[in-house]
Design a binder for this molecule. Sequence first.
Ligand code: SF4
Length: 350
Amino acid sequence: MFQKMANNELDKFGEKIIEGYRLSDDELRALLSLGSEEELEKLYYVARKVRDHFFGNRVFLNCFIYFSTYCKNQCTFCYYNCKNEIKRYRLTPEEVRDTCKVLKGLGFHMVDLTMGEDPYYHDEPGRFVEMVRTVKEELGLPIMVSPGVMDNSTLLELKRNGANFLALYQETYDRELYAKLRVGQSFDGRAGSRLFAKENGYCVEDGLLTGVGNDIESTITSLRGMEANNPDMVRVMTFLPQEGTPLADFQDSSNLSELKIIAVQRLMFPDRLIPASLDLEGIDGMVYRLNAGANIVTSILPPDSRLEGVANYDRELEERDRSITSVILRLESMGMEPASQADFEKILGC
Ligand code: SF4
């Protein structure tokens, strides 16, 4: 699709997207089929053009606090599924408060409170509400909650106590694939929870997993499924086989790379947040993702933290380089910089 386009034609294509052009399924198919480095570089070029139109060289920074790795579910792709015999932790309220004290003034735009579907919190949701209130009191920053599917009244209570964003990834809108990934969990219940949050004043994040048996058609289904729900943040993450899980030996045969999908997402969701996660390839990986059109760095850990990430490319490493200081230094070397908090608040007001 881009093979014969010169730079001025690529610029025109980017302008068309900025003016509101909506890609057809055939165009999505063509973009997701791109294979050569030259074509992909052109795709990333257009994605950056579109991103820069809306956000300039400014990037948002999201702090990740994985406060409980307990979970009652059996997602086949996930290291923390309840069947996996691993060491788990659950931070105490005091530990969460101490973590907040360390984060003060470091320059994060938002804090993401993530857990598995831990029965300790899901059976007594007031405990999670209390945690959100504490974090708001300590930091005064926007809060993203990533607790899995919680009931609607708890979502409202969380909102009243300071939650701004709900992250709840569908992983795929291909129902057959969903049933293989999120075993025993309701597809509609998950989508409905995100929709309820959106209708009740949350910003919402949706996400899809690639490299896990999704082909081009199922990826288009997923992108369209996301689009229909009007998310404020859209994520794609590469499946990384996890020891001890049913998909530990899964090998992907598609060429649906995360970077290609990030760039396509930028063309479909021009003015939305798209994460560059540190969780798969650290700070070098952040650079690739930003160069493909992303604009918010996620999975930045609190300083000196031993808390978990999700896919955790660095689980076995002695030194983990996931601090906000390293992120900002690298951004500067790319000619980018942290956005202002006021810019982020504008997004929250959307
Ligand atoms: S993806 Fe989330 S809900 Fe599924 S097993 Fe992992 S932590 Fe639990």
